[in-house]
Design a protein around this ligand. Structure first.
Ligand code: CU
Length: 332
């Protein structure tokens, strides 16, 4: 019990401020980092009550039948076999419960699966403000982010490989017109020599601080508070790009381009893993997303364009908080 309480409080109070990753003994989901995840969690919490009510009702009915109608308590059972009223109720009520659940789940599915139209979001927000509908505007900006919409998408192509990920940023090109592209390999821990290999390859000394099977050598980097649209495919077999704290999971299929989006406001490190059995090293192709303030992202992009991948990766090892963004920019 003490262990459970410790684990619970660890997950609630001591969760690392800037990292979203599984915690030993924790319950429930990782904290939501996107609106998509918030909505998924809200939906889950509603469903939990529905399920609890149904299980309790069925349990009570079962116990009632066992006590009231066992052979000793009910010596001469009546001989009817149908009751139209009861049958209508137990058909219609579950159907209505399902309709209720669907009315909550479909909007969430749509929100997650359909890449938003940024022009429309910016225009809708402006027209709501212009007509003085502040309450509607507040409700609208809960699910839509007009400031980010003005800036357009950050586009990233994700490719699943046996067994790592390739990230390209088609809009960020160097002098020759080539897009930034790099392979992101999981950091192996636990075998003799892993630390030395890591330090030799990356020139970094943070091996011991890296979480097992989650950290990578060159992470995906995105700016905070921006709409990120990712296109995803695979080179060999099916992989699945999954980040629990974003509530996103998109299959990477050879020969087929899938699409998804997310927007993270809080800078930090967010971890995920491939979620489609893809071969012997399936467990060793983690996903690490570093969400950084725009100024830090721009500097990372400059270093990547210059071809200095190690300096770029090092530049995002410490993530500037949003409040330090201006200071960071002036230091730059
Ligand atoms: Cu995979």
């Amino acid at each position: 019990m003490r262990h459970l309480i410790a684990a619970l409080s660890a997950s609630i109070f001591a969760a690392p401020a800037f990292a979203a990753l599984p915690v030993d003994g924790a319950l429930n989901f990782q904290p939501a980092a996107t609106r998509i995840a918030e909505r998924a969690h809200e939906f889950h919490n509603v469903l939990l009550w529905v399920i609890t009510f149904i299980v309790a009702l069925v349990t009570v009915l079962l116990i009632w039948v066992m006590v009231r109608y066992n052979r000793a308590a009910n010596k001469t059972p009546r001989r009817f076999s149908h009751n139209t009223t009861v049958e209508v109720i137990w058909t219609v009520v579950p159907a209505l419960i399902l309709v209720g659940i669907a009315s909550l789940s479909f909007p969430n599915l749509y929100y997650q699966n359909v890449t938003p139209n940024l022009g429309e979001i910016a225009a809708t927000s402006k027209s709501l403000l212009a007509s003085g509908k502040t309450a509607q505007h507040l409700a609208y900006t809960k699910n839509n982010f007009p400031d980010a919409a003005e800036k357009g998408f950050v586009n990233i192509k994700v490719q699943g490989n046996q067994w790592n990920w390739t990230y390209s940023y088609p809009d960020i090109t160097d002098d020759t017109g080539a897009a930034i592209e790099f392979v992101s390999n999981g950091i192996h821990k636990g075998r003799p020599g892993d630390k030395e290999i890591y330090e030799a390859n990356t020139g970094r000394t943070d091996f011991d601080a890296q979480p097992v099977n989650l950290a990578v050598d060159y992470p995906m980097v995105v700016p905070a508070g921006r709409y990120v649209r990712y296109y995803i495919a695979a080179a060999d077999v099916i992989h699945s790009f999954t980040i629990p704290s974003f509530s996103i999971k998109t299959d990477a299929v050879p020969g087929r381009l899938n699409e998804g989006w997310f927007l993270v406001e809080e800078p930090g490190v967010y971890y995920g893993q491939c979620s489609e059995l893809c071969g012997i090293d399936h467990a060793y192709m983690p996903i690490e997303v570093r969400v950084v303030p725009q100024a830090q992202f721009d500097r990372w992009a400059e270093l990547m364009k210059a071809g200095d991948f190690d300096a770029a990766a090092t530049s995002v090892m410490n993530i500037a908080g949003l409040e330090t963004q201006t200071k960071f920019a002036s230091n730059n």
